[in-house]
Ligand binder design. Structure first.
Ligand code: IMP
Ligand code: MG
Length: 173
């Protein structure tokens, strides 16, 4: 397979340092009594390396939970299935972490579902945001913006493989 590296592991790591600082500042600006009521929720499976690397750079105290959300079937956008098992989010500031925001359907659906659990707030944070028209959700925090191309590596899959790559790649002809 001909491929090229879009973002190296060093670029990802350096940018996560910046993002972690931004999130620490966001948390430190919450009302003091609520600063220990922060919960990160990762969307499996693509979020794994992003969640692991980012949360270990974040200094503020927080809880961590995961939701299983799948929308891509054989690399095509399909119906969204959601498996939630995160306990109560009531009175918590939620930060949803995902690998990539494409159409925004996943994040929009999950924000709506989580709103029913009476959290104090919900923010979304992704490693990569695709610039496409008519997005259903625009993430609050993001690291990289890309065109509408299919990428893989660092958690993002290519037909269920390649999640283990340390960098993010794109196929070339
Ligand atoms: P959305 O609901 O269209 O925003 O799609 C979000 C989900 O689709 C992400 O969490 C990924 O799992 C998957 N996805 C979207 N674009 C890509 C891509 O370029 N590579 C791998 N997975 C992708
Ligand atoms: Mg995903």
């Amino acid at each position: 397979m001909n491929e090229k590296i879009l973002f190296t592991d060093k670029e990802i790591s350096d940018n996560l340092d910046v993002l972690a600082t931004k999130i620490d500042i966001y948390i430190s600006n919450l009302p003091e009594k609520e600063q220990n009521k922060v919960m990160f929720i990762g969307l499996l499976t693509g979020c794994i390396h992003f969640v692991s690397d980012l949360t270990r750079k974040i200094k503020s105290d927080h809880k961590l939970g995961f939701i299983k959300a799948s929308s891509y079937i054989n690399n095509k956008r399909g119906d969204l299935t959601i498996d939630m098992n995160i306990g109560s989010i009531k009175d918590h500031h939620i930060i949803i972490l995902d690998d990539i925001c494409d159409s925004g359907i996943t994040l929009n659906t999950i924000v709506n579902k989580l709103s029913a659990g009476s959290p104090l707030s919900i923010k979304t944070c992704v490693l990569v945001n695709k610039i496409i028209p008519n997005k259903q959700h625009v993430p609050d925090f993001k690291v990289f913006d890309i065109e509408d191309v299919f990428i893989y590596g660092y958690g993002l899959d290519y037909y269920d493989y390649k999640r283990n790559l340390k960098d993010i790649r794109i196929k070339t002809n």
